[in-house]
Design a protein around this ligand. Structure first.
Ligand SMILES: [Zn+2]
Length: 395
């Protein structure tokens, strides 16, 4: 719905609210009653602004004219929210704070206004004010649903502040149990804590945090990825391969991220057979481009370029991919004469150009594309939703 239409509806709601308010006050309070059918001057001024397509001034006028009573609280809250959604959170704060100062609010209305005011503060980046308000809301006598909403906002706030331990403390156990997104995020907060421990050279604390990540969400790829890194740091390459091999079991879509480190670990272990066995097993279930390229590299060293070329061609017939074609041209370049080489180099320029404009990773939630893998999407802030791109243009 367009903003203007929404504003017009809200203004209509205000007018109805005002009329109802007058009618109610007329019913329960003593006169003086306004002359029948009359409206205050502000109403006409506001209407005039609206007709002249000046919705901001119209709302300002209506808001000032509108008395806050039990019939109009919801409309005031909605007006504030509308300002916030239009990027004018400072105006939303004024409306919601004005409401909160009214003694007429019921506990439920007061809870609702405090929640909206917290959202305004979060929107403005006034995190300390939002935190104080949400913490007091948690301790006050408001509805359970409002306390839960306050808890969600607090979790969001601690996450923005990178206060991972506080985010975990607030989200556990209720939100982690109830909400799959928060459960997945909580596992990543454990991983963030593990990263800090790893930077402080506290590998045992880092391992503990990563085990907690897996207890929270057994599908947390990052936990096994980091457990492998910790073993790598101390030269335990065999243990590192065990953790990294779990990644394709958790989610085959992430296989590409462990291939290079696994190849390097097997090299340091001088275990070519172990590496080949891993590749063969993965190729059966999950023949992604990087996997095919790694297997072709191994074949080239063992049996020569021709065998590697035949293997890649066969894989491309089954699973076409631009990166696969680009790699196949690299193999052909190895054995080509000067004239062929020029033609292949020209073709490669095209594939390189096509590949350079395609992101390697994409968020499954919002479609954000990036060359690097982000554990938290920079656009929609979801955790674990960015994955390597698969199909013709990816893996
Ligand atoms: Zn996203």
């Amino acid at each position: 719905m367009s903003d203007v239409l929404l504003l017009a509806l809200l203004v209509a709601a205000i007018a109805i609210g005002w009329l109802l308010g007058r009618w109610e006050s007329g019913r329960f309070r003593a006169p003086p009653q306004p002359p029948r059918g009359s409206l205050p001057r502000d109403y006409f001024v506001g209407l005039n602004y609206l007709l002249n397509e000046q919705p901001d001034r119209a709302i300002e006028t209506f808001t000032q004219a509108l008395e806050v009573n039990s019939d109009t609280v919801e409309t005031h809250i909605a007006l504030g929210n509308l300002y916030r959604s239009r990027g004018e959170a400072d105006r939303a704060v004024r409306i919601h704070q004005n409401l909160l100062a009214r003694p007429a609010l019921t506990p439920s209305q007061s809870g609702q206004v405090q929640l909206e005011l917290s959202r305004d503060f979060l929107n403005l980046g006034l995190l300390d004010r939002a935190e104080r308000l949400l913490l007091s809301l948690q301790k006050s006598h408001v509805e359970d649903a409002q306390k839960l909403a306050a808890k969600r906002l607090l979790v969001d706030l601690f996450e923005r502040e990178k206060e991972w331990a506080q985010a975990l403390e607030t989200a556990q156990p209720q939100l982690v149990r109830q909400d799959a997104d928060i459960r997945r995020a909580a596992a990543h907060w454990h991983c963030e804590l593990a990263h800090r421990h790893r930077c402080d050279n506290s590998s045992s604390l880092a391992r503990k945090a990563l085990r907690q990540a897996l207890q929270t969400d057994e599908r947390c790829i990052r936990a096994n990825w980091m457990l492998g890194q910790i073993e790598w740091d101390i030269g335990h390459y065999r243990d590192a391969t065990r953790f990294w091999q779990r990644v394709p079991e958790q989610d085959p879509g992430f296989t590409a991220i462990v291939l290079e480190p696994l190849r390097d670990a097997y090299r340091l272990l001088d275990d070519d057979n172990g590496w080949w066995q891993f590749l063969e097993k993965q190729l059966q279930h999950n023949p992604q481009t990087t996997l095919v390229m790694m297997a072709a590299d191994t074949l080239r060293h063992r049996q020569g370029t021709e065998v590697a070329c035949a293997f890649v061609s066969e894989q491309l017939r089954e699973h076409p991919s631009l990166r696969g074609v680009d790699y196949l041209m690299d193999l052909y370049l190895d054995d080509s004469d000067p004239e062929e080489r020029d033609r292949l180099e020209l073709l490669k320029q095209h594939t390189r150009q096509l590949l350079s404009i395609r992101p390697r990773h994409r968020c499954q939630r919002c479609g954000f594309g990036a060359e690097q893998l982000h554990w938290q999407c920079p656009r929609c802030r979801s955790w674990g939703t960015c994955k390597p791109v698969t199909g013709l243009e990816g893996e």
